[in-house]
Design a protein around this ligand. Structure first.
Ligand SMILES: Cc1cc2nc3c(=O)[nH]c(=O)nc-3n(C[C@H](O)[C@H](O)[C@H](O)COP(=O)(O)OP(=O)(O)OC[C@H]3O[C@@H](n4cnc5c(N)ncnc54)[C@H](O)[C@@H]3O)c2cc1C
Length: 327
């Protein structure tokens, strides 16, 4: 590991002031420390934010929740309000990592965890995300875990988070504090960037900008679930995952919010999928139309071709599960 400067922040404002000058925040450290040990990331300075007062989950006036950026993944999953009102989020969190990791991993850090692409982690490989302009060994390499949606010539990495997929389905908003006291509310739909020619720029966060909270709007109507398909039953990242909330009125789907993990360069949500469902009677015709909409632009790179039919089957299975007893 390369040497680095270290600062302990006592308030969000001092964290931002310390972080602006080439600093990186460290929260749970479960991703950043690994990357530093491998010299995938070599920040000149770490700003420890773990003692900031950002560990509460509060009710918000719109009937939603305001989640502090330092709320551990295990606490968020276990919170009775989350379990009861946002079961899709609780399930997604519990599908991720291990109990020990979830005790350390934070809400803000989870959103910003880096890809698990093998070539990103291998400092001897070419990776445009790690070293801009160096090339991508994933396209021609062992790309089994990599993306089939939202890829570019420069990068086919997937976003690995489970939590962020559920939050994308729930229309979460990232609340930040930036330089000069700027506060921003960034819908998760606008938070992640597509890789394009600059896959090293993953979000719209500015240098030194701190995530202070994540806001969830009032819970959507209907039934919800999170289904994760992976190589092992636990302690494995998603090959395909689906976060879904579906409501039915008078025998037709009246609302649907769906997001996908393991498929895209970011937690993936496509309005065309929901448009293929809303207003239609639940059944294979609508479910297949939703899968067609999701996968219309999907492109495999050889080893990961299997994700395309797997995504179709997983989506249809989830839609059947959520609609069969109400249909
Ligand atoms: C073996 C293993 C298995 C795993 N399996 C899964 C899995 O199945 N599913 C899954 O979703 N995840 C999985 N994870 C990833 C885990 O969820 C993340 O490592 C964790 O959520 C990161 O949170 P953290 O607080 O430790 O982040 P850190 O490592 O502290 O930080 C991660 C990044 O976020 C930035 N950051 C942190 N907090 C803030 C903030 N408030 N504002 C601005 N920037 C911030 C840091 O600068 C850094 O760039 C796994 C991890 C490991 C090691």
């Amino acid at each position: 590991m390369k040497s680095f400067a270290f600062a302990q922040a006592d308030t969000p404002e001092t964290a931002v002031a310390e972080g602006v000058a080439a600093g990186r925040f460290i929260a749970g450290g479960t991703n950043l420390i690994d990357l530093m040990k491998l010299q995938v990331e070599t920040p000149a300075k770490l700003v420890d934010i773990s003692r900031l007062d950002l560990s509460d989950i509060e009710e918000s006036e719109d009937g939603g929740l305001l989640i502090g950026a330092l709320v551990p993944n295990s606490d968020l999953a276990a919170d009775p309000r989350v379990r009861e009102r946002y079961p899709v989020l609780s399930r997604a969190l519990l599908a991720g990592a291990s109990g020990q990791l979830r005790n350390k991993a934070t809400t803000g850090g989870n959103l910003l965890q880096r890809t698990r692409c093998y070539y990103f982690y291998d400092v001897d490989a070419r990776c445009n995300k790690r070293v801009p302009g160096s090339g991508c060994d994933g396209r021609e390499g062992f790309n089994r875990i990599l993306a089939v949606l939202g890829t570019s010539e420069a990068c086919i990495a997937t976003h690995p988070s489970d939590m962020a997929v559920a939050m994308r389905a729930l229309d979460a908003v990232v609340v930040t504090l930036g330089h000069d006291g700027d506060r921003r509310r960034i819908p998760l739909s606008d938070f992640y960037r597509l890789p394009g020619d600059t896959p090293h720029l993953e979000t719209v966060l500015r240098p030194g900008e701190l995530i202070t909270h994540v806001a969830l709007p009032a819970p959507p109507a209907g039934r919800s679930t999170y289904r994760k398909v992976r190589d092992r039953a636990s302690y494995a990242f998603a090959l395909v995952s689906v976060a879904a909330t579906v409501a039915i009125e008078d025998g037709r789907i009246s609302a649907a919010q769906l997001a996908f993990g393991g498929l895209g360069s970011q937690p993936w949500r496509d309005p065309a999928v929901e448009a293929a469902l809303v207003g239609h009677a639940p059944g294979d015709a609508a479910f297949n139309a939703a899968a067609d909409a999701l996968l219309a632009e999907a492109k495999g790179f050889g080893h990961n071709d299997f994700k395309i039919p797997l995504a179709r089957r997983t989506l249809i299975a989830v839609l059947r599960e959520l609609t069969e007893t109400e249909a």
